[in-house]
Design a protein around this ligand. Structure first.
Ligand code: PEP
Ligand code: MG
Length: 589
């Protein structure tokens, strides 16, 4: 069936807001010309490659300079790695061989050698080599774009009001994405809890993901309307649509402004029950947004970003500086630092861990850290050292049971002893918690609670693992049912187990920042909700408008219901009674 290029596409709302701009298609398919050359053409072909390599290197240096100006160290690291690759003598020698001996054209030589390297690196057991795969791919792309005369506009060179359209986003894309010109993005793949979506919310730009094949329907420069509230994009919009969405944009901005008053108020119910509202952050430069939106603390500092886009592992000192900055900035308020949670959709593709071990059920998060304990102990020492400068908490991701937890705690104790022996200060009473994001952890929460100070429920993963539905796969997005009775029961049981054992329990999955879930989470008795900073004012408004008693009664009714659909309808009905405008902004998990 021919789909009109001027249609409205429905996807999944990943980050709210309405924007109108021009498309930039990232990663259009590359055509690689392949042909043999004559002996007399060899020199010219070799020069063509040398010039391309020089040009790309120059371009990458310029980009990293621009990013350095913007203090974006993650981006700078990625581009420096790429520049180094272009100078690697072994790689250059192999390309010369392909051109001189085998008499291939420069594009074919680059791809042949690139593929060889990818194969060798990808199958290596050594992490240093497997990490290089994504970099090799990026460099091949840059070279082919230049050699074929299709200069690849880089994200750092974009015009104002650009909306990125891509199949999915790579780490170097996301690192460069945090620039003012980019006002939104739309992708073929992904779901609301995929990492790309979480990133969009953390940067605070509207996004729609899971659009299927938008990349095949648009071209760079086309006008587009992106409606992150309803998960829609309008391609080649009419005058009338532009006008209508412009009004929507104004209305949404007014709605956001109306929430300003809640920023400085506390999250307390009508009958005086206080809930702690915290922020999830991914980058240290998000720290100012925590207080700007009125969050009381950081409930989840995802630490993965420090480990991507680089060839080596971060040193203890580098990590320490980063954690100390965050700890000091928030002091006396708490910051919960989660240990490394790599794997699944969190950039393991970039790390080059073979896909067989990189599945959602594979070597991820705490499992990866326990297999490479030195990675974990380095991070733990850095966290401990930073704990002397503020109020830190420590949290382990993806804990499946007590044995795993004890192993992580053993490494933690060792990290404490090694600092103690060297006379380095740390907070010996730092609270230690675990994320409850596997069904196994939820049903053994009573046992885990005896060995911990707190829980934080990671519903993004808890939903995917309890329902067996990949959180990042748009094709089964309708099966990703946060209101499924199984999920609701896991949450309720975890809260009860925590409280029965005298520890507090928070929730830091995406549902914490979605107003449709607030009543049921309140009714279940969660002590803390941690979310994207920008969601805090609205969740405060919901909490301040109801009594705990009423929320408990609504939750009690919901927990008697048999299906996800029934629970969801019940909660929508109750929410809409109080906040009819929710219907206008029906972005949600
Ligand atoms: C979760 O799984 O709910 C969570 C907060 O962690 P992440 O999204 O980083 O996996
Ligand atoms: Mg998780």
């Amino acid at each position: 069936m021919e789909i009109s290029r001027c249609s409205t596409l429905r996807g999944i709302s990943a980050s709210p807001g309405v924007v109108i701009g021009k498309i930039f298609v990232l990663h259009d398919e590359l055509h690689v010309p392949r042909y043999s050359i004559h002996t007399e053409q060899v020199d010219a072909e070799w020069q063509r490659f040398r010039q391309a390599a020089e040009h790309v290197k120059q371009k990458l240096v310029e980009i990293s300079e621009q990013l350095r100006g913007g203090m974006d160290s993650i981006g700078v690291d990625i581009f420096q790695v790429h520049t180094l690759m272009l100078e690697d003598p072994m790689w250059i020698e192999r390309i010369r061989h392909e051109i001189e001996q085998k008499q291939f054209n420069a594009e074919a030589a680059v791809v042949n050698v690139g593929e060889e390297f990818i194969k060798v690196f990808g199958s290596s057991d050594d992490r240093y080599f497997t990490e290089k795969v994504a970099d090799v791919r990026d460099v091949i792309h840059h070279l082919i774009y230049h050699l074929t005369g299709h200069e690849r506009t880089h994200l750092a060179d974009l015009d104002q009001d650009t909306i990125i359209v891509a199949h999915d986003l790579t780490p170097s894309d996301t690192a460069a994405m945090r620039r003012e010109q980019i006002i939104g993005f739309a992708t073929d793949t992904g779901s609301r809890t995929s990492h790309t979506a979480i990133l969009a919310r953390s940067i605070g730009i509207p996004a729609v993901v899971g659009l299927g094949n938008i990349t095949e329907m648009v071209q760079t420069g086309d006008p587009i309307i992106l409606d992150g509230n309803r998960g829609r994009v309008v391609l080649c919009p009419s005058e009338e649509e532009l006008l209508r969405y412009h009004e929507e944009q104004v209305k949404f901005l007014e709605f956001e402004r109306s929430l300003d008053v809640f920023r400085d108020q506390s999250a307390v119910t009508l009958d005086g029950h206080q809930v702690r509202l915290a922020a999830n952050i991914e980058f240290p430069d998000e720290v100012p947004s925590v207080s700007r939106y009125g969050a009381q603390e950081i409930g989840l500092y995802r630490t993965e970003y420090f480990y991507i886009g680089r060839e080596d592992l971060p040193t203890e000192d580098e990590l320490f500086e980063d954690y100390r900055y965050v700890a000091q900035s928030l002091d006396p308020h708490h910051v919960t630092i989660r240990t490394l949670d790599l794997g699944g959709d969190k950039f393991a593709a970039h790390l080059g861990i073979p896909s067989s071990v990189n599945s959602l059920m594979g070597l991820r998060a705490i499992r990866l850290c326990l297999k490479y304990p030195e990675v974990l102990s380095t991070q733990l020492r850095a966290i401990l050292r930073a704990s002397a400068y503020g109020n830190l908490r420590l949290m382990f991701p993806m804990i499946s049971g007590v044995e795993e937890l004890r192993e992580a705690l053993r490494i933690y104790k060792e990290a404490q002893s090694s600092l103690h022996e060297k006379g380095i200060a740390f907070d010996p009473d730092m609270e230690v918690g675990a994320m409850i994001e596997l069904p196994a952890a939820a049903v053994t929460a009573d046992i885990l609670a005896r060995e911990l100070d707190f829980f934080s429920i990671g519903t993004n993963d808890l939903i995917q693992y309890s329902l067996g539905v990949d959180r990042a796969n748009e094709e089964i997005a309708s099966l990703f049912q946060p209101f499924h009775p199984a999920v609701m029961r896991f949450i309720r049981y975890t809260v009860e187990a925590a409280h029965d054992n005298g520890i507090w329990v928070g929730l830091c999955g995406e549902m914490a920042g979605d107003p449709v879930f607030t009543l049921i989470l309140l009714g279940m008795g969660l002590d803390e909700l941690s979310m994207s900073p920008a969601s805090v004012p609205e969740i405060k408004r919901v909490i301040r408008s109801i009594s705990l008693k009423e929320a408990q009664a609504i939750t009690h009714e919901a927990m008697q219901l048999a299906t996800a659909w029934e629970i969801e309808s019940h909660m929508w009905e109750e929410a809409l009674k109080r906040f009819p405008e929710l219907l206008n902004w029906d972005y949600r998990v």
